[in-house]
Design a protein around this ligand. Structure first.
Ligand code: MRU
Length: 377
């Protein structure tokens, strides 16, 4: 069945994607982002000269995905410091730009703390700005390392759960190099399987309404020459029913202390489908995504996005017209329900894969133990 749906696989560019970088031209330091709202049509860079520009880039999803939001937030603090803006104001604005992915505030607070520690130690503003930048760079490096370790743990788990190889994996949203200092979270596991010749097919949910699956995951899969097939989100049920899915691999924006997982809206229905069809539902995320201060799923703030993202098609390839900048696909004035994320309860999650190891079964106690272990390292 799968082969008749295969992509042409024509995009064979190098797999590394420069998702963000710090530069210091004579006019002053900048954070350069690959504008993800324009992919896959164009690879356009967005230059952030101060924190408000970065806040807008985060809100518009020019930069998105939990781990890289943390990295971008940390660089944003460094940018404010290096350009002499109020660091605490910038940190507050950056941390609040999107509410669900906890990595964003973790990254911001880390650079902010480094800045204040340097000041308190008697360093001047320049030295403190250097400390914030060093913290951002360190987080960037750590995320790349975490990504590689998650890929290793995740592939070992897949091989254990699905002996015989030839994995057919369904994924949702986008979790590859575009969201990471390395090769990503869930996508990095699929990529590791592909490199070992053990990925038979990557099923890519298109991920309405902003099409992160179609625009971004398919882009990354093509660049890596993976066997992938795109499906509409509502086709997932029939794919499970046809016995074509061996495992679901997704990322996370926040994991509550009890193991509840907030991720892109549409993840929870996949968990329900996976349970019904006895298919493992695996979450891959760095330890920084686990938020001990959020006790359970009900306490996770789910971002609500503007209705026009649902009532209009805003994909970058489409010429613009409607009130939100896209082509209307519903009568004018139609109200839309548009949560950016949903929450999957821990009992539907087979395993959480982190850089420190795998939690399965998913319980608050096991997660707390893993986080304590990671703090000791
Ligand atoms: O709204 P987005 O595109 O930022 O949502 C991203 C996701 O939901 C990802 O699955 C999540 O951040 C995990 S990325 C490793």
């Amino acid at each position: 069945m799968a082969d008749q749906h295969a992509q042409s696989g024509e995009d064979k560019r190098p797999t590394g994607i420069p998702v963000l970088r710090w530069e210091e031209p004579p006019e002053g330091p900048v954070l350069v982002l690959l504008d993800q709202t324009r992919l896959p049509a164009e690879e356009v860079e967005l230059v952030c000269t101060d924190a408000p520009v970065l806040v807008e880039a985060i809100r518009s999803l020019a930069v998105r995905g939990a781990p890289v939001l943390g990295i971008a937030g940390a660089y944003g603090v460094a940018l404010a410091a290096a350009r002499g803006f109020d660091v605490d104001d910038a940190a507050t604005a950056l941390a609040g730009a999107r509410p669900t992915a906890v990595n964003l505030s973790v990254g911001v607070r880390r650079a902010q703390a480094a800045y204040h520690t340097a000041l308190a130690a008697g360093g001047g503003a320049e030295e403190a700005a250097g400390a914030a930048l060093a913290a951002a760079r360190q987080l960037h490096r750590e995320d790349a390392e975490a990504s590689a370790r998650m890929a290793g743990h995740g592939l070992a788990l897949l091989d254990e759960l699905l002996p015989g190889g030839g994995h057919r994996v369904l994924t949702h949203c986008n979790t590859g190099a575009l969201v990471s200092g390395g090769e990503g979270t869930a996508f990095a596991v699929a990529l590791a399987a592909h490199r070992q010749g053990r990925l038979r097919r990557l099923w890519v949910d298109e991920t309405r309404p902003l099409l992160q699956g179609a625009r971004l995951t398919a882009y990354e899969a093509a660049r890596n020459d993976m066997a992938y097939t795109l499906l509409t989100d509502n086709a997932a049920g029939s794919l499970f029913a046809a016995g074509e899915v061996d495992a679901v691999l997704i990322g996370a924006d926040r994991i509550a202390a009890d193991g509840s997982v907030a991720n892109k809206v549409g993840s929870y229905p996949l968990a329900v489908l996976a349970r019904y069809h006895h298919v493992p539902f695996i979450v891959v995320a760095p330890v920084t995504t686990v938020d001990a201060d959020t006790p359970d799923g009900a306490a996770i703030e789910v971002e609500q996005r503007p209705g026009f993202e649902v009532t209009e098609v805003t994909a970058p390839q489409v010429p613009v017209a409607g009130a939100g900048g896209g082509i209307p696909v519903a009568p004018l004035g139609t109200q839309a329900y548009n949560p950016a994320f949903d929450v999957t309860p821990p009992e539907l999650v087979t395993a959480i894969v982190t850089e420190e190891g795998v939690v399965s079964p998913v319980t608050g106690e096991a997660l707390a133990e893993l986080c304590a272990r990671s703090r000791q390292v």
